[in-house]
Design a protein around this ligand. Sequence first.
Ligand SMILES: [Zn+2]
Length: 89
Amino acid sequence: MQTIVKTSLTPEQYVEQDYHKQVKPPENCPNCGRAHSLEALAYYERYVTSVLAVLLIWVRRFLCRHCRVSVSCLPDFAQPYRADHAAFR
Ligand SMILES: [Zn+2]
């Protein structure tokens, strides 16, 4: 599943600052609601379209220790435009 991370960064800044490495896990699992249950899992790449270009960014993923659901933390400029990313779960 996916959650949106609020950021004031542009896609370019997100890439320049390696912001994906700074993304903190959500306080509660968006699936089972348990607090402090998310552990770092991995990253995956996805394309985002900015006003200037199409950029490839890294998206942080976490795994819930309780329900074993993976949670992708998308920056808010990369609002899901399709629901076809199930392959990354
Ligand atoms: Zn959970």
